[in-house]
Unconditional design. Structure first.
Length: 187
């Protein structure tokens, strides 16, 4: 019996060292050597200061910035996640209607304008950093007017930041809102 307990303790210590320490250390070293930027969180800097990650949405509310898609977690990383509201939820319907109304009003669109789904529904994580090119194009007029720029200048910048589907086949074209807004500020 004592022999079995000692074997169990040894196995626990061995596998704790292998799986809990050695393996994570090896993977971290490989990631840092092979994919430094991604391993560090894909951070974006402005004037030597980290302003965000290209993988996590941030809230932009001013008229001179492109707006991200809504977040059910208020763009906070710790309580991130979906709202878990079902299709028949009255709260979901209210949220969608409010988001659509705010987008239409904020961008001076006709009251019957079709609003892209990504601007009315929160993403599954609540932190999706991308919007559809259509959603970005609908915001061009507002951003251009707010900055005193021509619509063509802002539209060209949007088109510059349209990313293709991953490897050409996965996903849809998209625009990273943080990168686009940083480019606006850099102009």
């Amino acid at each position: 019996m004592i022999k079995l307990i000692i074997q169990s303790i040894r196995q626990t210590i061995l596998w704790t060292v292998i799986a809990g320490m050695a393996y994570p250390l090896v993977i971290t070293v490989i990631a840092q050597l092979s994919f430094k930027s991604q391993a560090d969180g894909s951070l974006l800097e402005r004037n030597g200061k980290v302003v965000g990650s290209e993988l996590i949405a941030q809230q932009f509310t001013g008229t001179n910035y492109f707006w991200p898609r809504p977040s059910s977690g208020s763009y906070a990383t710790v309580p991130s996640g979906a709202s878990n509201l079902g299709q028949t939820s009255g709260a979901l319907k209210t949220n969608v209607m409010n988001n659509a109304s705010a987008f239409i009003t904020g961008n001076n669109l006709p009251t019957n304008a079709a609003v892209p789904a990504d601007m009315v529904y929160a993403s599954g994580s609540g932190l999706d950093p991308h919007i559809s090119p259509e959603a970005a194009r609908l915001q061009v007029k507002r951003v251009a007017a707010s900055r005193g720029w021509s619509e063509d200048r802002v539209a060209a910048l949007v088109e510059k930041f349209v990313e293709s589907p991953q490897w050409g086949i996965f996903g849809e074209p998209r625009v990273n809102v943080l990168k686009l807004n940083l480019a606006l500020d850099g102009q």
